[in-house]
Design a protein around this ligand. Structure first.
Ligand code: AMP
Length: 171
């Protein structure tokens, strides 16, 4: 797994001073690494009969769509406010400074559907926790929250459902 870890680029002081940003574009741009990431993540959920894979804007769309294709599931988008055209359900959540809001189409997940949620990086867990709340409110049954990488020292998984978090890589 070290090859996948090493191909992710650390960008210091982005988007603000003191943050080390895990830039996954270097992994996405490498054909073998991208395929390996998708295959390794999808492998865990083969046979789980996933109905929908929810991808979180924007890098989660790439991972989520690839997983959905492999698993024969539908793709659902969770977006920043004002981007989804039809009726939406929204959730506002706490950031370190201030708040943020995400939206999902109200008919994107049906009651009882088995849902996998995908994003690139688990940091403080605020984003994924909001997505979990939205999918649950629509009646979806969350199978797992999966990530390419987890920043363990931030403890984000404590905000997420017990036993329903998987990260391919940890930093
Ligand atoms: P959080 O809500 O703190 O778990 O932040 C998760 C979201 O912010 C994800 O969608 C990540 O893409 C992004 N993110 C937060 N921190 C980082 C980081 N250090 N490097 C890359 N992406 C990050």
């Amino acid at each position: 797994m070290d090859d996948l870890k090493n191909i992710i680029r650390d960008v210091h002081d982005f988007p603000k001073k003191g943050i080390i940003f895990k830039d996954i574009t270097t992994l996405l741009a490498d054909a073998k690494s991208f395929q390996r990431m998708v295959d390794l993540l999808a492998h865990r959920y083969v046979g789980e009969k996933i109905d929908k894979v929810v991808g979180v804007e924007a890098r989660g769309f790439i991972i989520g769509a690839a997983l959905a294709y492999k698993l024969g599931a539908g793709v659902v988008l969770v977006r920043k406010p004002g981007k989804l055209p039809s009726e939406t359900f929204s959730k506002t959540y706490q950031l370190e400074y201030g708040t943020d809001t995400l939206e999902i189409h109200t008919d994107a997940v049906q009651k009882g559907e088995k849902v996998l949620i995908a994003d690139d990086v688990l940091a403080t867990g605020g984003t994924m926790s909001a997505v979990v709340d939205m999918v649950t409110a629509l009646g979806g049954e969350i199978v797992d929250c999966c990530f390419l990488a987890e920043l363990e020292f931030l403890g984000g998984r404590k905000k997420l459902p017990d036993g329903k978090v998987f990260s391919l890589l940890t930093f």
